[in-house]
Design a binder for this molecule. Structure first.
Ligand SMILES: C[S@@+](CC[C@H](N)C(=O)[O-])C[C@H]1O[C@@H](n2cnc3c(N)ncnc32)[C@H](O)[C@@H]1O
Length: 357
């Protein structure tokens, strides 16, 4: 079953089961750590917003040098940088601050491995919106730009800067899963693929880079086209990856041996999910494969905290979206006619469900 990102990676206390008598290990530490988790989270998000890791990727810097480059007030600068050292996001040696190997690879905006787009979106949008989680839980209503009632994508796509940030956030969110899909799926059995709702193109690019025999591309709303094309061209893949503009609710999907939907089904309510699965079925040949990937909730709904919290994020972000288990998705695929289905863990909290027509 789905290997999961366990509670401890979200600073949650481990589950020890009901105890009759609270023992010496029954402390409030885990509760307090989780409750204060937003302090560490927002410190990291501000560091990304300020470009700290991009500056330090050029050269290690002293407290005064980095403070001046980022334009920070002296009052809390030292505490800010040292908190990031204690949170294992920076190193400090002989008075010089530098990135850790991970922050240098993944949080330097100048590197193609940058995954901070998702975290930039968390900082700019999700952090304030999650302040209204309780209201969302009480009303069942989204708490973002569409609080008044429109569709999330219409709201995001009306603002070019927001669109670019959102699409690049998706690349950060799905880079690990995209690499795992490229490495573990039996691509030698197929020749063409389409990533439906592929955003900037992070996943199709990873697949095409790893498998030169494949051609395909992505299907997405028309405003995404130029951003996808620029991204695919930056990897020299324009001849093998094509953009197909359209609306997956009103247009047929392009035909291909493999259809992918990553973080698509969770945006929509159950009827819409079923409709999209049916359209994928219709676009595939006999023997074709449908790949769905998400932070799938484990079948017992007890372990993958990221998948469950992602579902709360869908409450904040969408009119009717919710995340689901591998078993849920396999059931919907089987209703649509897929003859064989299975779930595979990809990386961290992400898993995929595969349906073979
Ligand atoms: C949450 S993002 C997922 C991006 C990408 N698959 C990933 O996992 O990183 C949803 C994507 O669906 C696309 N989308 C939303 N509504 C759509 C529609 N009606 N027709 C086609 N694409 C749509 C969006 O433009 C966006 O790229």
């Amino acid at each position: 079953m789905n290997a999961v990102l366990q509670a401890e990676s979200l600073n949650a206390p481990s589950r020890t089961g009901p105890s009759v008598e609270p023992g010496p290990s029954c402390t409030p530490d885990g509760i307090m750590q989780l409750g204060l988790g937003f302090w560490g989270s927002k410190t990291l998000l501000s560091a990304i917003e300020l470009g700290l890791f991009t500056e330090l990727a050029r050269e290690p810097l002293s407290l005064e040098e980095i403070r001046e480059r980022l334009g920070l007030h002296p009052r809390s600068a030292r505490d800010f940088f040292d908190a990031l050292v204690a949170l294992r996001m920076l190193d400090r040696k002989d008075g010089l601050y530098s990135n850790t190997p991970e922050t240098d690879l993944y949080l330097d905006r100048a590197k193609p491995s940058y995954v901070g787009g998702m975290l930039e979106m968390c900082n700019a949008r999700l952090y304030p919106f999650w302040g209204h989680l309780t209201e969302g839980l009480r009303t069942g209503q989204p708490q973002n730009e569409i609080k008044g009632g429109e569709n999330l994508f219409e709201a995001i796509y009306a603002d070019p800067a927001l669109l670019k940030r959102f699409l690049s956030a998706m690349t950060g969110l799905s880079m690990g899963a995209g690499k795992a899909i490229a490495e573990t799926f039996p691509w030698d059995r197929y020749r063409t693929f389409i990533d439906v709702g592929g955003a900037q193109g992070g996943v199709p690019v990873q697949i095409a880079l790893a498998h030169p025999h494949l051609t395909g591309g992505e299907f997405d709303l028309p405003p995404v086209g130029p951003i996808f094309e620029e991204y695919a061209a930056s990897f020299g893949l324009s001849d093998r990856l094509r953009f197909h503009p359209g609306d997956f609710f009103t247009d047929p999907l392009p035909k291909a041996d493999v259809i992918i939907m990553g973080h698509i089904l969770h945006d929509w309510d159950l009827d819409e999910k079923r409709l999209l699965i049916q359209k994928a079925y219709e676009a595939l040949p006999e023997g074709g494969a449908f790949l769905v990937f998400e932070a799938l909730i484990d079948d017992d709904r007890k372990e993958n905290a990221v998948g469950l919290l992602m579902s709360l994020n869908m409450l904040i972000e969408t009119q009717g979206g919710f995340d689901y288990t591998g078993a849920d998705c396999r059931g919907w695929m089987e209703e649509a006619g897929f003859r064989e289905t299975y779930t595979r863990h990809l990386v961290g909290p992400d898993s995929m469900v595969v349906g073979i027509k």
